[in-house]
Design a protein around this ligand. Structure first.
Ligand code: FEO
Length: 395
């Protein structure tokens, strides 16, 4: 038998872990898996908040039944329509045919679009109150965090915020649900990677959502991924606030492509210069070896970025090009930047990087380019470039 998992006396966790999927959204590695969180509020009326990936409907339903037995669910509140959360809507409706699905105008359009469901829908707006008995729920629309229909549900009675993807992270839950009962080590970096890859383009909408939450008393944040936050609420909200403003710690990411190691030698020399300049946080990423999601995560963390590429077919090496495009899409701001590259007969890579960086208005410290193998003179220039970056970061 499954057992009910309580967040509070009348709020239950009914989410599931996915330890089989290797790529989230079929593109982002999941070294620690991922959880799809769903919650039940049991009162005179019962509300289910979000569902789970359709592949997990069977354990999901067993968890629901462990919490409420044969009682029916009155409301399904849909904070977010992405299929990792909305995937079981059709099955839930088949199991609980009288359930009313609650969402905003955009949610309801999407429910029609994904499931062709057009009846038993209840539209809510910013500030609408839904009464369950003792529990009163209010809804806050948070468009573009990170889809247009995203909203949050606040339990006024118990001061619990059901935040959708916001404040969530990769990483399956290893037996615990609430932060204070768990070792959180893996979740902090996975939260930043989640933010950088999925929410990172939407800094302003995140700030708007945070502004709406200002002054709201919160005992628990129940996100759709990762732990329920109780003790760490301040830390997770501050992290979102920082990342959405593209604020960063002192440190340098050196991301480079390399074919035969010549550009890589330049990266090593720049790193030595950064360390000599007194900045301890230096991370080197070979774009052909490290998945871009981890590089993006570090770029959201640190204030300095150095990008290098050999010239390849008169362009950037594809992995560097792809990373640069990801940064452009996310409009990453406020970075101290330098570039480097090597070539055999025609140097182009630095020229390809420059216009993107100009568009992002980064603070450019300089660049170094070498023809063929790295020689002493250019080694010295790389080292000096690293020192200059460190100096800018420390100022
Ligand atoms: Fe976890 Fe945006 O879906």
């Amino acid at each position: 038998m499954y057992r009910p998992v309580h967040i509070t006396e009348s709020i239950y966790y009914v989410g599931v872990n996915d330890r089989r999927k290797s790529l989230f959204e079929n593109q982002l590695p999941l070294p620690y898996g991922v959880s799809y969180n769903s919650y039940l509020i049991k009162d005179e009326k019962i509300a289910l908040i979000d569902t789970v990936d359709a592949c997990f409907f069977d354990p999901f339903l067993k968890k629901i039944e462990a919490a409420i037995g044969d009682r029916k669910i009155d409301y399904l509140i849909v904070n977010h329509m992405e299929p990792d959360h909305a995937g079981s809507i059709r099955f839930i409706r088949e199991r609980y045919p009288d359930i009313r699905i609650v969402g905003n105008t955009k949610t309801i359009e999407m429910i029609n679009g994904y499931f062709e469901i057009t009846d038993n829908l209840q539209e809510v707006k910013d500030g609408t109150i839904l009464e369950l008995g003792k529990h009163q729920l209010s809804f806050t629309l948070t468009p573009m965090v990170h889809w247009p229909e995203t909203m949050m549900t606040y339990d006024i009675t118990e001061k619990v915020l059901f935040s959708g993807d916001a404040f969530g992270c990769f990483g399956a839950l290893d037996g615990g649900v609430i932060d204070q009962t768990m070792n959180l080590d893996k979740f902090w970096s996975e939260m930043r990677r989640y933010y950088a890859c999925i929410v990172g383009k939407y800094g302003v909408p995140v700030q708007n959502a945070l502004a709406k939450l200002q002054g709201v008393e919160i005992n628990y944040i129940c996100s759709t991924h990762g732990p329920v936050w109780k003790e760490q609420i301040e830390k997770v909200v501050n992290s979102y606030s920082r990342w959405s403003r593209y604020e960063a710690e002192a440190g340098v990411v050196i991301a480079y492509g390399t074919m035969y190691g010549n550009t890589e030698q330049m990266a090593e020399a720049i790193a030595e210069g950064v360390i000599a300049g007194g900045v301890k946080n230096v991370v080197l990423h070979n774009v052909s070896q490290t998945d871009a999601s981890f590089i993006l995560s570090d770029i959201f963390r640190y204030s300095g970025l150095v990008l290098g590429s050999p010239t390849y077919m008169n362009e950037l090496l594809p992995g560097v090009e792809s990373l640069l495009r990801k940064l452009e899409v996310r409009q990453v701001k406020n970075r101290i930047f330098a570039s480097f590259g090597s070539f055999t007969w025609a140097g182009v890579s630095i020229k390809r990087i420059a216009p993107v960086v100009e568009g992002l208005k980064w603070n450019v410290v300089g660049s170094v380019e070498e023809k063929q193998a790295l020689k002493q003179e250019k080694y010295n220039e790389c080292f000096s470039l690293g020192m200059d970056i460190a100096h800018k970061i420390r100022c």
